[in-house]
Design a protein around this ligand. Structure first.
Ligand code: GLC
Length: 752
């Protein structure tokens, strides 16, 4: 009886206290803000743990509820290659598996924004139907150096390609009515000491390389959320940088969404709120206390509190949860798996195909080597890992494609992987947090496969397939030895298999199942064909089989340079994976406490092509089973920049798609510029042999500008610009010119 009286009085109190109070609607945010106390405003700016688990395990964070004003809790989950969810729940015997889509580097390799948008349309549906409001993807930091551990989540070394693909990614996600979060703004280009590292970057490189892709995605796709990175830029934590979060992001680019921290807490909670960081995530009691006391003391003014809370409330009213969407908990995982396979197939890069080795024709019996043939890596590790019900193996997909695999060899790898998993399970590392859900320790090391049967295998099989796989991810950068470079075991395997099979006139195909660039120059001569699926998601092995059989004609192109040597990247002189010389300056450790971006704008092909440094495979490179001809282009100056068109013809014997890369060489003189920079790109539809398609481009002059640090302005010089239509950054097929009659300039704030 007592309990009943208490619960009735609590309900009565709640009803009375909300009596006459506005309840949040999309059109009364100002009224609600006025009705909020300073403490309520402050509490809204710190994530609430209870909302994180209020719904289900696996959510990353949540925004606090304020029931008396009709403000519901809302939740976020990771990405970016699919929803990062735990598939089991205490209160349910249903499973909640998610689709592991291809990773960012692979989907960007399609150079097809429409394909990207279709993929994230499916991904965003999973976010919606599993009841999540904010999706923590895309990851889109520039590939500054091949050894950054999280490159697999990111798109490219080039800011235009990265920005355009990110914009397509965001459109697909947000087309489902959920919120995409572009991350990690900005210059989170290494994992070593990522929460404290100070990225010291010149203003031109910052604007032209590390901010430019975020500028493109903000202007073109209007993401609802942006995650400030952990690191500092030029001495200031990004999450506390008014220059970055307000002056550049909002005042210059017109960003209207919410800004949240990456997940962790720093002392400068109030400084972050003042700078324009709206939401501390995941949020803890200390941060809440700091925010509340700042509200009470006036260290955070009411205007600042209202400004940030307004952006959080605008986010909340845009969420499915606020709108009362009844999510099904049953997304169409089979349809999404088909999408994942199609996207992977359209993105895989063919690096080598001597003598028409591929597609395999008539080679019915295959000897498949490499632990990756069984332990195929679908997605890298960390918050970007996806727990999916099944990751297809190369053994499985080649068998399904009708090939007969050398069974003793297949059994060897199968048993080895099973033994490895059972050892790990017995060792107790198979707990969710470190293993299944984050993928740490999931990768099986390459065994010393017994090669005594190699002569027999070479005699009995028609071709050899060697899978080289790598795993890496959040929290650690990669190593030079046994990671970027092949291990001794891998090199031995490659050499011996090539010797035996070539001696019998049989082909060797290498599959690179990797999350980041590896060394290829020293061994690629041993392979007749090299296929690069990167980490292609749960159905990626089937996509590889589709390419090997010719069911799919590969059309992917590299989004990052494959150097001859990792040290050829100028950034390697200032990257933690490389042995450094010189003492720590003033007690600070180079490339750990601070990293000098001494290379400036000379990142990737901008360096290699301008300075003529040989590479193993250039930016934008990728082969096809057919060939393409380019017409004489039409290039014209427009009222703002230039327009261009070029006709591509399939001059080969099978249907295929061609990516046309449009580079611009600026007039000589003035600021030093790369020999050419990517300014547009397009992909043909599937062209039958002899069929043509005309691709048209329109590029505004602003996109041609370089950043003049002294004047804090973007400048496009007057003069003759050469427009190059290319199949890679080193394979210019056609070109034309246009004039800019008078120098153009766009001033920005003198900040950073
Ligand atoms: C991690 C990652 C970020 C992720 C977040 C939530 O530290 O840096 O990408 O979205 O925390 O897991």
């Amino acid at each position: 009886m007592i309990k009943r009286i208490i619960s009735i009085s609590v309900l009565l109190f709640a009803a009375l206290s909300s009596f006459g109070q506005p309840r949040l609607r999309p059109d009364n945010i100002e009224e609600v803000i006025k009705a909020m106390t300073d403490e309520e405003l402050a509490s809204l700016l710190v994530g609430a743990k209870e909302s994180r688990f209020e719904f289900f395990e696996g959510t990353a964070a949540g925004v606090r509820s304020i029931p008396r004003l009709g403000i519901p809790a809302t939740i976020s989950c990771d990405g970016p290659a699919g929803l990062h969810f735990y598939p089991f729940r205490d209160n349910s015997d249903k499973t909640f598996y998610c689709t592991a889509f291809p990773v960012g580097t692979l989907t960007a390799s399609s150079w097809d924004p429409e394909l990207m948008e279709a993929m994230t349309g499916a991904m965003g549906n999973e976010v919606l139907e599993y009841g999540v409001d904010m999706f923590l993807g895309p990851g889109m930091n520039i590939h500054r150096n091949p050894l950054c551990g999280r490159n697999f989540e990111y798109f490219s070394e080039d800011p235009l390609l990265s920005g355009k693909m990110a914009a397509a990614y965001v459109r697909g996600i947000q087309g489902n009515g959920v919120i995409a979060t572009v991350k990690h703004f900005a210059a989170n280009n290494q994992e070593t000491n990522r929460t404290e590292n100070d990225a010291r970057i010149g203003r031109r490189a910052l604007r032209e390389i590390y901010l430019k892709n975020f500028e493109i995605v903000v202007r073109e796709a209007r993401p609802g959320a942006l995650m400030a990175s952990y690191n500092k830029v030029n001495g200031e934590y990004v999450q506390q940088s008014h220059d970055l979060l307000t002056t550049v992001l909002r005042d210059e680019w017109g960003y209207e969404g919410v800004v949240l921290t990456d997940h962790g807490a720093k002392e400068g909670t109030v400084a972050a709120a003042k700078a324009g960081c709206d939401l501390m995530q995941p949020g803890n009691e200390d941060e809440l206390e700091r925010m509340l006391s700042a509200a009470r003391s006036g260290a955070l003014t009411r205007a600042e509190l209202e400004r940030n809370a307004r952006r959080v409330l605008r986010y909340i009213v845009s969420t499915p949860r606020f709108k009362g969407y009844k999510f099904s908990d049953s997304p169409d995982l089979e349809a999404h798996a088909r999408t994942a396979r199609k996207v992977a197939g359209e993105s895989i890069v063919l690096l080598k195909n001597d003598g028409g080795t591929l597609p395999l024709k008539g080679e019915e019996k295959l000897a498949v080597y490499g632990v990756g043939s069984e332990d195929f890596v679908a997605v890298g590790i960390g918050s970007g890992h996806v727990v999916t019900k099944h990751v297809a193996s190369i053994r499985e997909s080649l068998t399904a494609a009708g090939f007969t695999l050398d069974q003793p060899l297949a059994d060897y790898y199968k048993d080895y992987v099973r033994m490895d998993y059972s050892t790990k399970r017995l060792a107790g590392i198979m707990d969710w947090l470190s293993y299944e859900s984050w993928g740490y320790g999931k990768k099986v090391a390459e065994p010393d496969v017994p090669l005594n049967l190699l002569p027999e295998q070479a005699a009995q099989n028609d071709a050899a397939i060697i899978v080289l796989s790598r795993d890496a991810g959040e929290g650690n950068d990669r190593d030079l030895l046994d990671d970027f470079e092949l291990s001794a075991r891998e090199r031995r395997l490659l050499r011996m298999v090539a010797d035996e099979f070539h001696a019998k006139g049989k082909k060797v195909v290498v599959i690179l199942n990797i999350g980041g660039v590896i060394e290829t120059a020293s061994w690629k001569n041993l392979a007749d064909a090299i296929v690069l699926p990167w980490q292609p998601g749960q159905e990626g092995a089937y996509a590889v089989a589709d390419v090997l059989t010719g069911k799919v004609n590969p059309s992917g192109k590299l989004t990052m340079t494959f150097p001859v040597d990792a040290l050829d990247h100028p950034s390697s002189a200032n990257f933690p994976s490389f042995p450094q010389v010189g003492e720590a300056l003033g007690g600070l450790k180079k490339n750990t406490d601070y990293t000098e971006y001494a290379e400036g704008i000379w990142v990737g092909y901008r360096h290699f092509s301008t300075r003529g440094v040989p590479v193993s495979y250039p930016f934008g490179y990728g082969l096809s089973y057919t060939s393409f001809g380019y017409s004489k282009p039409v290039v014209k100056a427009s009222a703002d920049g230039f327009t261009a068109s070029v006709t591509v013809t399939n001059t080969g014997t099978v249907a295929g798609k061609e990516v046309v890369e449009v580079y611009v060489s600026a007039p000589s003189g003035g600021m030093e510029k790369p020999v050419r920079e990517l300014k547009a790109f397009g992909k043909t539809r599937l062209l039958s042999p002899g069929e043509s398609q005309t691709l048209s481009f329109s590029v505004p002059a602003y996109d041609l500008a370089s950043f003049n640090e002294a004047l804090s302005a973007w400048e496009a010089a007057a003069g003759t610009y050469e427009v190059q239509f290319a199949s890679s950054v080193e394979d210019i097929r056609a070109s034309g010119t246009f004039q800019i009659r008078k120098p153009l300039s766009w001033g920005v704030n003198n900040v950073l």
